[in-house]
Ligand binder design. Sequence first.
Ligand code: OAD
Length: 248
Amino acid sequence: MDVMAPAKRILVLTGAGMSAESGIPTFRDALTGLWARYDPEELATEAAFRQHPARVFGWYAWRLALARQARPHAGYRALARLGDRYGGGLVVVTQNVDGLHRRAGSRSVVELHGSLEAFRCVDHGHRFPTEEVLRLRGGGAGELEPPRCGECGSLVRPGVVWFGEVLPEPALRRAWCEARDTDTALVVGTSSLVYPAAAIPGLAAAHGARVIEINPHRTPLSERVDLFWQAGAGDALPVLAARLCDAP
Ligand code: OAD
């Protein structure tokens, strides 16, 4: 298939690199990635939260504040425009928890790893208002004692998926269905190392889709795609979106 042929349905899979140009650090980039500075075992598991709740909660409250301050870059806006052009034919499946796709105007967004905006209690999943968390927060990524749930008294935790946890079932099911139905999978800013998200391009390809990857660095997916576009999301997506929007 011509990699630039008109698309009828587009699945956009994004990862942390999508937000890099909005000033939000990725996880695995050497030096600047979060996992180069922090140990995921100490910050991204329920065991870590139960053992050091203030350390883990403070880190997520800091990331929430960082996400709120960030502005969606031109690549985000291009995807939102493309979404308007395609209507229900374009879905963004993201591993990101920063909410930037929605803030940029994308309407069909599947959040595979949850959201920094959704806090809930650790024992029963009762929701907790995000604005309260921001009010509690001091500066920086320092420790912050998590509040307790008004209904059951258990600690409030971020509504993100931690290592060892299952992904939200409706999000995963939707992503799987979209991967089977799409004719174009656009994979942007992910190292393609974390499953099940990393399986989505392969599933789309197995059902006949072409796969286009946008990333400044090669990944394990790169040798299997129809087109590897070595670029940042903020440069490549406006070009691609203009091309697809102009297609008859
Ligand atoms: P990673 O940090 O693993 O990968 C980020 C990717 O973005 C790398 O391949 C970079 O080369 C690329 N990148 C960097 N700058 C970019 C730019 N300007 N434009 C496009 N790409 C760029 O992030 P993810 O693949 O999202 O999970 O990581 C997957 C999951 O691992 C995350 O959702 C998180 C993490 O542990 C959980 O927290 C559950």
